[in-house]
Design a protein around this ligand. Sequence first.
Ligand code: C2E
Ligand code: CA
Ligand code: CA
Ligand code: CA
Length: 278
Amino acid sequence: AKSSGRNNYTFYTPDMSKAISRRLQLENGLLRALKNGEFIVQYQPKIHLETGEISGAEALLRWNHPELGLVPPNEFIPIAEETGLIIPIGEWVLKTSCMQSKIWQKSGLLPINLALNVSYQQLKTRNFILSIQQALAESGLDPQFLELEITESMLREAGELKIVLDALRPIGIKLAIDDFGVGYSSLSMLQYVDINNLKIDMSLIKDIPESTKAEAIAKTIIELGKNLNCTITAEGVETKEQFDFLKKNNCHFGQGYLFSRPLDGSDFEKLLRNWRKD
Ligand code: C2E
Ligand code: CA
Ligand code: CA
Ligand code: CA
């Protein structure tokens, strides 16, 4: 056995200091990334399960870091949220993806829904509503095609957010609850906000069809959506079995690697053009 020496009491292991310096590198790089155009938006199709058509796209942010390569959002978005940089970054995503969506329409493609992830920090800024209106006006995108995804845990602050969420209504955009089924909010929160779409978290989809419990939960959420008069989207659909189950149980939309990974704007446009022509 290894001798348990002084090293047991050393707080910073090499791995930890590596993680800390990476974090600092990310933290210090965020502002530069925004200025230098290191961010990329990718788009993942959302499929209408009954017809198999692409009904929308979710915009997903990526950071092409000059030294570290592609940094996933789960790693840098929390830092952007802590530092407040999520606000200008989020505005950039909003503008970029609204413009992109309008470019697809101008090139003759049928309009599809554009779904954006928004952080709590963004929603509670004074200018949030204004920045949505500006992005719509500048791009010429019809508000009915824009959907904002907020997470279930943000609904805990629904009292505070209600003013913002209510102010979004007259603009005519849609609202979705992301990662539904794993958050901490109670269902009662759904009474106070008008939701167009519930997105079932992928952790609940992944065990279908092996787990009858996972299936029961998914069915219940689909039923809940029906009763609340909102559509349901299943996230993380990776297999034909999951697709068949969801379709059979009248889940409206699906997103996942079975259909496509998130793609750069130009590849997504190709996907839209060639979808189901083969
Ligand atoms: P999310 O909103 O829940 O997005 C779904 C994530 O699942 C994406 O990861 C997507 O690439 C991934 N995914 C899609 N289909 C499958 C599948 O079939 N299997 C598996 N295993 N994964 C799948 P991604 O792009 O790494 O984004 C992670 C999270 O980062 C997002 O989770 C969202 O919370 C956040 N995020 C991404 N872009 C933005 C943004 O512009 N603003 C904010 N505030 N958050 C963002
Ligand atoms: Ca999302
Ligand atoms: Ca999600
Ligand atoms: Ca998530």
